[in-house]
Design a protein around this ligand. Structure first.
Ligand code: AMP
Ligand code: ZN
Ligand code: FE
Ligand code: FE
Length: 283
């Protein structure tokens, strides 16, 4: 079976490999199609597309946007696929989102300093290697400094929701995120629905129904955080609401060591899902 990976991150955001290298590794892992979906940025798409062209891998330009979660304590990420990287609405949105991060990151660093940890914004910026600075970079820095042993511990104690140095960033409303993706000729897909942390199936269905009304086109069914029960449930919901199915590893390089390209919690994403996505984008 031919398989693809429709969720990956590069050094343009919080992955550890440059965009072209992500494509090369994906090819080595045997995928026939790849989407690069960096947080809040399209800066990696041109390099990745060029390398994909060279290697004969089908490339799907993508982005991952954090939106206000309709569920308390949950995470809502929207993937945008087949977006036009030249689109002005998209570029302006990326600029705004990075500005929101520029407001948050110094607050996180200041909170860590207050806790007695020697850390500076300059170090965090270096850690991000020119990419969009996110919490995984700060987590990596805390590991490097010996403050914590693992990135997970950094999130649990300091950076995650409720952590000692937790700060939220300004987020787009779900309708704004979806709307801007659509204005950029893209398809909006609900990323890793398990992270919504809905209380029950009725609540999950309501959230999906609301997102569909806002223009959602698909659901990420296969993901590294999804077990068999989730995959089955989300596939069923995609069918019920006539949505596209997508899937991917959410590869971040060595920032998430247990995740490899081309496989998501032991599962492969069939090539047909990418083909259906591409067909929908041409309509
Ligand atoms: P940010 O974009 O700065 O909000 O950071 C988001 C990134 O942090 C995503 O790649 C998440 O997978 C990662 N992340 C969020 N929460 C956790 C957590 N509790 N443990 C490990 N990684 C996390
Ligand atoms: Zn990330
Ligand atoms: Fe995500
Ligand atoms: Fe992601």
């Amino acid at each position: 079976m031919e398989f693809v990976d429709l969720h990956s991150h590069s050094t343009a955001s919080d992955g550890t490999l440059p965009p072209a290298e992500v494509v090369r590794r994906a090819k080595e892992a045997g995928v026939v199609g790849l989407a690069l979906t960096d947080h809040d940025t399209i800066a990696g798409l041109a390099d990745a597309a060029e390398e994909a062209g060279r290697l004969g891998v089908t490339f799907v330009p993508g982005i991952e946007i954090s939106a206000v979660s309709p569920v308390e304590g949950g995470t809502l990420h929207i993937l945008g696929y087949c977006i036009d990287p030249q689109n002005d609405v998209l570029r302006e949105m990326a600029r705004q989102l990075i500005e929101a991060r520029d407001n948050r990151n110094p607050q996180i660093i200041a909170a860590l300093q207050k806790l007695g940890i020697e850390i500076t914004m300059e170090e965090a910026v270096v850690q991000a290697q020119g990419g969009v600075l996110g919490r995984p970079h700060i987590a990596a820095l805390l590991v490097k400094k010996g403050v914590v042993k693992t990135s997970k511990q950094a999130f649990d104690e300091y950076l995650g929701t409720g952590g000692k140095a937790y700060y939220d960033k300004e987020r787009l409303a779900p309708g704004d995120a979806i709307g801007r993706i659509r204005q950029a000729k893209g398809l909006a897909v609900l990323a890793h629905p398990v992270q919504l942390r809905t209380q029950n199936d009725a609540q999950l269905q309501q959230v999906i129904k609301d997102l569909v009304d806002l223009g959602l086109a698909g659901i990420e069914v296969i993901h590294s955080d999804h077990g068999a029960a989730e995959v089955e449930k989300y596939a069923g919901l995609a069918d019920r609401y006539n949505l596209l199915k997508t899937g991917g590893s959410d590869f971040h390089g060595s920032n998430k060591k247990d995740i490899n390209l081309g496989v998501a919690n032991g599962r492969r994403v069939p090539r047909e899902w990418m083909d259906q996505l591409l067909a929908a984008s041409r309509k």
